[in-house]
Design a protein around this ligand. Structure first.
Ligand code: AMP
Ligand code: GLY
Length: 436
């Protein structure tokens, strides 16, 4: 069986590992924007290509039995529709279904029209001078969140607490925006295989978006993430998890009733707030780094799951229950002024899983680029032990790079638990159907 994987990040390295573990014993090919050495090693061959050039990617896919798409950009560009037109089986949502990530205005409208729980108060603006006026009139009630409709690589959302901040951000934009209430609480990610009907969710993950320790600094694509030895995180209750799954199921059902079969990975970003569970956003693919936490735990066969999602015969997924801690290594100056640099990796000493992301390999040497370079993953009985394993691995990666050492440490995990206790102390009751 021939499988073509599209994408070149840490997430796709984790996907490549899951694909090559399959009992189908596939031959793997990759279509990548740059050469990810981890993926290249797992492949029989690879093509360097702009991943959003969907016709070009499709030309490599003619003899593939299955194409698996990692990133959002080719999905938003309609790669699945193009592949299907060429008679190629592809795992991922169609362009219409991918609107759930590629158009935040569409998604908020869809959620409110279909009565999906957890939709914050929002307003949509095509005309940015009206958005400006809205901020002026409403900012006194507290912070507001400004989101461009389209894809921004996780860096487009800005929280403003004054009119001038809002005005200045709007000046940098030129397309439509969502302005929504600022939610406060603890966030978690839920990723699920979906076949148009069935939603088969993975363990919950918590990502760390801010660049620096203590959740300081600018937003990034994600600096690291953890899971517990369970489907829920230490600050969550079982009912929070069930409520999130129920919201995702309602969303998939509502899509179906409006004529859109959602097939692929659905990623829900949720926030546990005083008012209950809220949907921060949906993504149409695995998270990066969150894929690196859950895919190594996946006991079900990835290819079987992908095929059953395409065929509408998905049943359930099985994950090993272990704690995981993933930490990204990024170049000094990331994300504002990253300085590409050579790094050395003493692989023989590393007993954690190593995922390559954005690096250049030249003459056997590894150089960082301007993005996240590589990630280490510890897997253990407890978050503490997984964190220690990840930290030990970081010692064997040298260069002008940094990582967030606080991710997965007990002080940070404990502070999340305390934070949720204070929020719940304000008193809301959860039922499996959602907050009351
Ligand atoms: P997104 O690109 O929508 O995932 O947003 C990136 C990050 O911005 C989220 O993970 C949240 O931390 C934050 N964010 C997005 N929407 C809101 C909101 N309504 N209230 C507070 N924070 C938000
Ligand atoms: N880690 C956030 C994302 O993949 O969107």
């Amino acid at each position: 069986m021939k499988v073509l994987l599209v994408g070149s990040g840490g997430r796709e390295h984790a996907m490549a590992m899951a694909i090559t573990r399959s009992a189908e014993e596939p031959t793997l090919y990759a279509a990548m924007r740059y050469k990810n050495p981890g993926i290249a090693r797992l492949c029989d061959d690879y093509h360097l290509v702009n991943e959003t050039d969907v016709e070009k990617v499709a030309s490599f896919a003619r003899s593939a039995d299955l194409v698996v798409i990692g990133p959002e950009a080719p999905l938003a560009a309609g790669i699945v529709d193009v592949l299907n037109d060429h008679g190629v089986r592809a795992f991922g949502p169609t362009q219409q279904a991918a609107l759930i990530e590629s158009n935040k205005g569409w998604t908020r409208t869809f959620m409110s029209q279909h009565g999906i729980k957890g939709c914050p108060k929002y307003a949509l603006f095509d005309d940015l001078s009206e958005a400006d006026r809205f901020i002026k009139e409403n900012i006194d009630d507290g912070k507001l969140v400004i989101k461009p409709f389209g894809l921004t690589g996780g860096k487009g959302v800005v929280i403003v607490s004054s009119y001038s901040e809002g005005r200045d951000y709007l000046k940098k934009l030129n397309g439509p925006v969502v302005i929504e209430e600022c939610l406060s609480g603890e966030e978690f990610t839920l990723q699920a295989f979906v076949d148009g009907n069935v939603v088969a969710p993975a363990p919950a993950v918590q990502d760390h978006k801010r660049a620096f320790e203590g959740d300081l600094g600018p937003n990034t694509g994600g600096m690291g993430s953890y899971t517990d030895k369970s489907y829920v995180l230490p600050f969550m209750e079982e009912a929070d998890y069930s409520a999130a799954v129920a919201i995702m199921q309602d969303t998939v059902d509502a899509l179906k009733s409006s004529g859109v079969e959602y097939k692929g990975i659905l990623y829900g970003q949720f926030m546990l707030t005083k008012a209950g569970i809220m949907v921060v956003e949906y993504n149409c693919r695995f998270g990066d780094p969150e894929a690196m936490n859950v895919l190594p735990l996946l006991r079900s066969d990835f290819i079987e799951l992908a095929e059953s999602a395409i065929d509408g015969t998905l049943k359930s997924t099985e994950y090993e229950l272990s704690a995981t801690v993933c930490k990204y290594v990024v170049p000094a100056g990331y994300p504002a002024n990253p300085k590409p640099t050579e790094i050395t990796i003493n692989k023989d000493e590393i007993d954690a899983t190593l995922f390559y992301a954005s690096v250049d390999e030249r003459d056997g040497a590894i150089f960082t680029t301007s993005s996240r370079a590589l990630a280490v993953l510890g897997v253990a009985e407890t978050i503490d032990h997984a964190e220690q394993q990840a930290e030990r691995a970081l010692q064997f990666i040298k260069g002008d790079v940094f990582a967030r050492h606080d991710i997965g440490k007990s002080e940070l995990v404990q502070s999340r638990i305390e934070h949720m206790k204070r929020i719940r102390g304000g008193g809301y009751e959860l039922t499996p159907e959602g907050p009351t």
